[in-house]
Every structure is written in C-alpha cells, then in structure tokens.
Design a protein around this ligand. Sequence first.
Ligand SMILES: Nc1ncnc2c1ncn2[C@@H]1O[C@H](COP(=O)(O)OP(=O)(O)OP(=O)(O)O)[C@@H](O)[C@H]1O
Ligand SMILES: [Mg+2]
Length: 459
Amino acid sequence: MKRSNILFIDDQQSARDLFLRLLDPHKYKPIVAPGVVAAEEYLRHEAADVVVTDLRMPDVDGLQGLERLHLTDPDLPVVLITAFGTVETAVEAMKRGAFDYLRKPFDPAELEIVIDRAIAHRQLLRENKRLRSEVARRAASEDIICAAPAMSSVMDLIARVAPSDFSVLMLGESGTGKDVFAKRIHQLSERSKQSFVSINCSAIPEHLLESELFGHEKGAFSGASEAREGFFAEADGGTLFLDEIGDMSLALQPKLLRVLQNGEYYRVGSRRLAKTDVRLVCASNRAIEDLVDRGQFRQDLYYRINTVRIDLPPLRQRTEDIPALIEHFLVQLAAHHPRVPHTVSASAMALLLEYPWPGNVRELEHVIERASLVCDGDEIRPESLPRELRDKGNAAGVAAAAIDTPYKDARRSFEHGYFVQLMDRAGHNVQKAADLAGLHRSTLYEKLAALGVPYDHDA
Ligand SMILES: Nc1ncnc2c1ncn2[C@@H]1O[C@H](COP(=O)(O)OP(=O)(O)OP(=O)(O)O)[C@@H](O)[C@H]1O
Ligand SMILES: [Mg+2]
C-alpha cells in the first residue's frame, strides 16, 4: 500500500522529533517543516495528503497560514493542534476550512484517527472530482468523438453551461462541429423536450431573415399571402441556434437584441407585441470582435450573445481524435453500404494524421467516405486518399501543419510518417528499407525504435 504523506509544521525541534516517532512508518510518511513558508516550499514540489500544524505558527499567523496552505492546494485537509486556551481560534479556523483540531497534549491513537479521517475525506473529494469529469465525458456520448486533451475543457464547459439559460457563442473554423455541439447543449439542457430550431443567417437572404425569425402578418410585404409564425415562436420554450451570426445585417441586430433582453418582439407588419422564451446558441467561424471593431456588428449585441464563449479547436490541434473519428465514420458508412473497409493501413493513417485538415472534421468525413467507395479491399490504403493528402512534399501543406507545432514536434511527426511509409514500401524488411532510405541498418533500427514505428525483428 502506498504510504500517505503527512506534513507536520511546528517551530520546535522537539515537537517535530516527537511527531516523527509517533507515526506508524508502515502507513505514513511523515515530513516536518519548521514553519508555513517552509511548508509552502515543500508543497510547491511535492504533494501532501494531510497537513498537521500547530495553531501558533511561528512565522505566519495561524488563520492566515491556513489560507495560504489552501492557496497551494484547496482540497488539502489541515488538522490544527491547539494549546489550552486557543480553542476559540481553532473553532474559527474550522469555519474557515480547517479539517479538524486536536488539543495538546494529544494521544497518538487520537492523532492517527484524525489523520485517517482526513485521508478518507481527501479521497472522497478526489472521487467527486473524477465523477464530475466523468459526467462531462458522458455529456459527449458515443456519437461525438472528443478524446483529445484539447477537447476535455470544451466538453467540461459544455456540461457545466448546458443546464443554464446562458447564451452561448461557439467559435470555430468551418467543420469543427459547431452544429453538433450546439445540438448537444440543447440535449443536455432542461429544454431538451422542447424544440431545437436551427437557422443559418448567411443562407437566408437579408430581406427575408427578419420575417423568418419573427414571423409576419398576412400582406406584410409582397408575397406574404399568409400570416406566418417565425423561428422565435417555433423555438418558444426551447433553444434557437443562430449559425453564422456574424452575417446578420446591422439593420436586424437591434431587433435581435431586444428579444434577447426582454423576450419581446413584433412580427413583421404587426404592432402587437409577442413574447417568447428561448435559449440562444450562436455560432460563427469568424472572430466577432473583429466585426465589432470594423463597425459591422453591434457591441451591445456581441456582449449579449457572448455570455459564455466556447472555442472549438481545429482538427489539426486534436489529432488524437482522428483515429476514433475515422472508425466512427466507417461504422456509420457500414450501416448503409455493404462493402466498406474496416481499417486504415499504417501508412494511410500516417498521412491522415499529418494532413492539416483546413476543412476539419467535415473534410475528414468526406475523405473517408470517398476513400471507402474507391477502395477495393478491406483496408484504406494511401492510393485511395486524395492527392492533397499524398503530396506531403507540398510546401503549403507543411507550412499549415507546422504553424501550431514546435519545430521538434513537426520534425518528429514528419519522421514518423516517413518511416512508417518506408517500412510499408519495403514490405517491413529492415535491410530493404535501409537500402531505400540510404541509411545504415543500425541507424534505421535506432530511428524506428525512437519513433515507435513497428518493424519485424526477424526481417
Ligand atoms: N466531435 C465529432 N464527432 C463526430 N462527428 C463530428 C464531430 N464534430 C463534427 N462532426 C461531424 O463533422 C461534420 C461537420 O460538423 P458541423 O456541421 O457541426 O461543423 P460546423 O462547425 O458547424 O461547420 P460549418 O462552420 O461549416 O457550419 C458533421 O457531419 C458532424 O456530424
Ligand atoms: Mg455549421
């Protein structure tokens, strides 16, 4: 069993020596510090499971010391040791988050009981945190792939913000999943039983967008032969998703602002106020701040829709998700097509991992779809991939891929792809691969091992 680190703070050498002798060395690893400053120094490098400290801390006042220890680690249980007459301060310290206190002189058995309770308490806190992140992960569910580290804070934010009524602004390059995540926010909200209405502001001609959003009366404009409810009425009680919000005209923006402020709007051609209760999620693939700076987007509306902002990272910053996304798309395709390849060859995968994906997940989806149609085996191989993926020497491709990557990572990723392909071409024969690459056999072995490229030991 792992021993728990117990940090003991006391300015007196004799007290520290006593503490070191008191604790069962099989269960605990005691560490001693003469004051709060020294303890903080220790905590900067090592973790403690529990802190036991004298209340009269030598260098820093007891309550302040408690606060400072919690600054380094808010979940750290702190047990105070109080002399006779300082019990009131101890009670005050408990109110401020101390875990417990012991009165001097204390009984070793009592000390152990308190320490064990503190350890159990800390484990519970950890478990709670783990469960919370588990909830966030589930919020993603199976049809959304998001295992990459770059996505975990996004999923966590989505899980936390979804149940509220806050307006969410989602920013991300084209194809990063803005539609997918907007829908997920709705599904995780209390409005999930009501409708989710999605409109793309750039797809609807400017002069029609107002009546689409707010509805219109019969005869409100030429062509309005019937009265119609708008999207705000349709989404009442649910969620309205306004995609490409940056394309909304300046003339329409104040009307949107008003409905967001008080839920009131007018149908086109009507003087009667209508009411609606919608939760708004907006998306854009352009930075709205820039539009605000250029006077193309109202600042007050920007503040209103931007209560919570979610930045979806481009696919090239979450390449860890690529294999899972491919598998996900292949499974989906297999449901509709009888002969869909099941896997991707190592060299094809290397190309897929290296490509900078300007069109993000949507582009990957199309590439896999096309490859699985043209591929005649059970495995997608490089020749089924489009030209731009295979042309790795392509300078623009390298520049785009390398743009967010430090040189040493970019080089490693290039080398990895190179050697995977090389081994493929050489039929996994190391000598043949060495000849093709113009390398010594031993150099090649070193490279393969360092990069984790599989090779056949006997070849
Ligand atoms: N994390 C994901 N897991 C599985 N599929 C995804 C994921 N993200 C996106 N997709 C798929 O990729 C495609 C593009 O996603 P989506 O339409 O949500 O992107 P978008 O950011 O709204 O793009 P645009 O800016 O062009 O509107 C969709 O088919 C979607 O199902
Ligand atoms: Mg979209």
